[in-house]
Design a protein around this ligand. Structure first.
Ligand code: GUN
Length: 283
């Protein structure tokens, strides 16, 4: 039976640290502020953004929410980002992805000044991560690293397999595992012998976006299994990329969905916003 890695408990510890830092910053006259932009009506994005807002407020930070209609033009969105770039009350800017199809995601991300890019999606921040000398880490991969650290799971020399190569999770995740001296393989839709490759993993990270994708026959006995997926089933229930019922008896550690990686993503976002506020105020 696997030990559950409880994202609620670990994120609560991170959020407590953030709260203390926010309080100390406020005494110096600085209130960290996060602006969150959401365009359109994607139901999952709405839930994520509401959770981010709630966490911001609970930590004592200022939160500025911009819910824009689906038909917002690129010019309008760029103008808003420009305004936020120049607003000293706003230390972090997050534009929730995915954006409606008529908006060029790359152009929008690139328009956020790197100093306020608390998602670490801007090419300048991505490049810094690649080199290993960074200001921010992307929230989900950094949250996963925090979970591994909390559970004293050693990465050095371990076989690490990441399923999924997105810019948000898969690619940066592989880089962070590499920085910790893991031997990293990134799998994707064209990978041959996926099952065999996954079965080599001491640490398996599933970021595919497909419900119950990872089955017991893909997991080495005793592996650490990290489930990044948040998929909604037809019955309305949330479900990860890992078939939890099958894999849990095989793994040594596993993250649940919900209550695993999700809360860690938000805690890291808070941390990044505090980092941004400190840097912008030379603290
Ligand atoms: N959509 C899914 N995950 C994320 C994230 O971490 N940041 C943003 N901006 N959008 C997302």
């Amino acid at each position: 039976m696997a030990k559950l890695i409880d994202g609620k408990v670990i994120s609560a510890a991170v959020k407590e640290e953030v709260k203390a830092e926010v309080s100390a910053l406020k005494q110096k006259g600085v209130t960290p502020g996060l602006a969150v932009i959401i365009v359109g009506e994607d139901p999952a994005s709405k839930v994520y953004v509401a959770n981010k807002e709630k966490a911001c407020e609970a930590s004592g930070m200022a939160s500025f929410k911009y819910a824009l209609p689906e038909n917002t033009s690129e010019e309008e969105l760029l103008a808003l980002i420009q305004k936020l770039n120049n607003d000293s009350c706003v230390n972090g800017i997050l534009c929730q992805l995915p954006l409606p199809r008529h908006l060029n995601e790359e152009l929008i991300i690139n328009s956020i000044v790197p100093e306020k890019d608390v998602d670490a999606f801007h090419p300048q921040n991505v490049g810094k991560i690649m080199i290993g000398n960074y200001d921010f880490l992307p929230c989900t991969p950094a949250g996963i690293m925090e979970m591994l650290k909390y559970e004293n799971i050693d990465i050095e020399g371990k076989e690490c397999v990441v399923i999924g190569r997105s810019n948000i999770v898969g690619k940066p995740m592989s880089m962070l595992l590499l920085h910790k001296n893991g031997t990293v393989t990134v799998c994707h839709s064209r990978t041959k012998n996926l099952k065999e490759v996954c079965k080599r993993a001491d640490i398996l990270v599933a970021a595919v976006g497909r419900a119950n994708f990872v089955t017991a026959d893909m997991v080495k006995p005793g592996a650490v299994v990290i489930d990044v997926g948040i998929n909604r089933l037809e019955n309305g229930k949330l479900c990860g990329d890992v078939n939890f019922a099958e894999v849990e008896p095989v793994a040594s550690y596993i993250t649940p969905v919900p209550g695993g990686v999700g809360p860690m993503t938000i805690a890291t976002l808070m941390k990044n916003t505090v980092t941004a506020a400190k840097k912008q105020n030379n603290i």
